[in-house]
Design a protein around this ligand. Structure first.
Ligand SMILES: Cc1cc2nc3c(=O)[nH]c(=O)nc-3n(C[C@H](O)[C@H](O)[C@H](O)COP(=O)(O)OP(=O)(O)OC[C@H]3O[C@@H](n4cnc5c(N)ncnc54)[C@H](O)[C@@H]3O)c2cc1C
Ligand SMILES: NC(=O)C1=CN([C@@H]2O[C@H](COP(=O)(O)OP(=O)(O)OC[C@H]3O[C@@H](n4cnc5c(N)ncnc54)[C@H](OP(=O)(O)O)[C@@H]3O)[C@@H](O)[C@H]2O)C=CC1
Ligand SMILES: CC(C)=CCC[C@@H](C)[C@H]1CC[C@H]2C3=C(CC[C@]12C)[C@@]1(C)CC[C@H](O)C[C@@H]1CC3
Length: 532
């Protein structure tokens, strides 16, 4: 075990025993305590949201809440700008394994009170929401009305603010880009307590409107180090009740890369494809899923599969059983109709595949029928209750990385992940990347098809070392002009980070909006040592 570690890094025998017990028997706490708590929390929050919607208090409360944020920042200015500003959202609530250390001595600004949907504009086809609004809230609100976000990341608890100031991707991204690309306007408060509406306006003439224009491009990926986001306006599109999902098996890595590349070209509105993702179950065995909005089956022979129901199998295991049992030479493609909301949140119930380590018997049919309705445990509750011995085990052998690389480099990158971590399933999510100003600016082309390669889980690979291995992966990603998702552990030096991300506009905006003494630098927020 732990062959990649130096002798002084290796845990003692008793520590190892403790870790083993906690890792394998964590369900003793999760099932009787965290599951009911998560369920009650979700019910409470759903009722609260319905009340707010009925009495329509959100838009009025929004003005009050933003005034309070401006007040806080004015006081901080009057006090001589002595500390750095961060969002008040506590570390245990955020969708990453780490707790931010940079918040300890910082002034916390109350953006965490902003969690309501503000306005649906069916003429402009936009929705305006506060940054704390989650993907679960948006899908529950929009889908019954016949609309959806073009990019709606899968995990229920991801927030609008986190997906903009961090980044977001999902299976609609091959057509619509990342979460930032569906945004049309940001409402922000600067470190001078000024409230600004920023949007891309090609006709901008005055210095002020030009400034606001370029701030729009600088915000994505900036991790809340330029301004505080207080609302965002996003595009919406009409949707249908179901997704018609086609499953295609691939038998070699080369076939996966070729077919995925071919399928990802179907991103024009003339093609009947709205979603693409793929899973690799081994280096060679994979499944590509193509989804299309649909009103439902045309014939009685076709299957409706409400995969979100509590008694259903975890989605990734369902996919594997389809390619193992339903696909052969005569039937190369399997088709199912999945209710739209079930499709969007298909990886929520199994937290991608992380739940298999937490409730090992959670996919058993008896458990699903008896207690499945209480699942999944809330990710933030799991995070807050991770015991320290388990944390150190996760620090040593749990991989949580999303590497965004040009699709043409996928084969090489999968081979590298196989050599270095060998975790399966691997998540493959193609996304269309336009070159726009900002941190993710492309250096060589106007647009390109990228793919998010996600590895989540415990690795048993010989020689794995969290820092050294991640640095090797990062180096490869930089070499192919890729990007590393910033919720993950980043071991790059500042120079390497600046090589991966284009900081020209970011630094310009930091100076223009007096951020240097107000917010930490983005690198100071994302580097591994800034997080516990
Ligand atoms: C040294 C420096 C000084 C600067 N000085 C100022 C300044 O004085 N005032 C100021 O306001 N800003 C300033 N900026 C910021 C500058 O305005 C932004 O970088 C600008 O938004 C990007 O324009 P670009 O010509 O570099 O476009 P590129 O970065 O080359 O744009 C790439 C692609 O993005 C797309 N794109 C770019 N802009 C838009 C848009 N508005 N709408 C839609 N698509 C778009 C286009 O498709 C384009 O092909 C400065 C930046 C730097 C680095
Ligand atoms: N499918 C996907 O794309 C998935 C994406 N993720 C990742 O998870 C993260 C989102 O998780 P979530 O818990 O929602 O967000 P977080 O609370 O983790 O926030 C992410 C970053 O955004 C900043 N931020 C959040 N709200 C605001 C705001 N109102 N104004 C300014 N800055 C803000 C935070 O600043 P501060 O540090 O001050 O709190 C933080 O640096 C993203 O980084 C995303 O990449 C995770 C899983 C899936
Ligand atoms: C689809 C993309 C781009 C990313 C998916 C990332 C998620 C799989 C992870 C984001 C936060 C992670 C956490 C855990 C599992 C994996 C994530 C959901 C834990 C639940 C694992 C168990 C620990 O005790 C707590 C973790 C909290 C964060």
């Amino acid at each position: 075990m732990d062959p990649g570690l130096e002798a002084d890094e290796r845990p003692s025998r008793s520590q190892r025993f403790l870790e083993f017990m906690v890792f394998h028997f964590r369900w003793v706490v999760v099932v009787p305590i965290l599951l009911p708590l998560s369920f009650l929390f979700n019910v409470f929050f759903e009722i609260r949201n319905k009340l707010i919607y009925w009495i329509n208090s959100a838009p009025n409360a929004h003005v009050r809440k933003v005034n309070y944020i401006q007040e806080q920042i004015k006081n901080w200015n009057a006090d001589g700008r002595r500390t750095k500003l961060v969002n008040a959202r506590p570390g245990w609530l955020t969708m990453s394994f780490r707790y931010p250390l940079y918040k300890t001595d910082a002034t916390k600004i109350a953006t965490d009170r902003l969690f309501d949907i503000l306005e649906l504009d069916l003429e402009k086809m936009t929705i305006k929401a506060e940054p704390g609004v989650t993907m679960g809230q948006i899908s529950r609100y929009l889908i019954p009305l016949g609309y959806t976000l073009p990019v709606l990341p899968e995990l229920d608890d991801l927030t609008v603010g986190g997906l903009i100031n961090g980044c977001g991707v999902e299976s609609g991204s091959f057509k619509h880009g990342m979460f930032q690309h569906i945004c049309t306007q940001y409402e922000v408060v600067t470190s001078d307590a000024e409230l600004l509406q920023v949007f891309p306006d090609p006709t901008a003439k005055t210095k002020k409107s030009k400034e606001a224009n370029s701030l729009f491009w600088a915000i994505p990926w900036s991790q809340g180090t330029l301004v505080f986001l207080t609302a965002a306006t996003m595009k919406i599109i009409p949707c249908k009740k179901y997704v018609k999902l086609q499953y295609k098996k691939t038998n070699t890595l080369e076939e996966m890369c070729d077919v995925l590349t071919e399928d990802s070209k179907k991103n024009s509105s003339f093609d009947d494809v709205d979603f693409i993702e793929a899973l690799l179950f081994t280096k060679d065995k994979g499944c590509i899923m193509l989804g299309e909005f649909s009103d439902g089956p045309d014939t009685h022979k076709e299957v409706i599969n409400p995969i979100g129901r509590f008694y259903k199998k975890w989605f990734y295991t369902h996919v594997e059983s389809i390619i193992d049992n339903k696909i052969d030479k005569e039937n190369p493609i399997a088709v199912e109709y999945i209710p739209l909301r079930d499709y969007y949140h298909r990886h929520s119930r199994s937290i991608f595949w992380e739940i298999r380590d937490i409730i090992p018997f959670g996919n058993n049919v008896i458990f699903r029928y008896l207690l499945g309705w209480l699942t999944p445990p809330k990710i933030s509750f799991l995070k807050a209750t991770t015991p320290s011995c388990l944390r150190s085990m996760y620090d040593r052998s749990h991989v949580l990385q999303d590497m965004l690389i040009p699709l043409e480099n996928l084969e090489k990158c999968v081979e590298l992940f196989h050599e270095e971590v060998e975790i399966y399933p691997l998540w493959l999510c193609p996304f269309h990347l336009k070159s726009q100003p900002g941190l993710m600016k492309l250096r060589d082309v106007a647009s390109k098809m990228y793919v998010d390669l996600g590895a989540y889980g415990v690795t048993y690979k010989k020689g794995y070392h969290a820092e050294r291995t991640t640095r090797r992966l990062e180096e490869h990603v930089r070499k192919v002009n890729g990007f590393q998702m910033t919720y993950a552990d980043i071991y790059m030096t500042k120079e390497e980070y600046e090589d991966m991300f284009d900081l020209t506009l970011y630094e310009y905006k930091r100076t223009a909006h007096h951020c240097n003494d107000a917010f930490p630098h983005v690198y100071e927020k994302v580097r591994r040592s800034a997080r516990r």
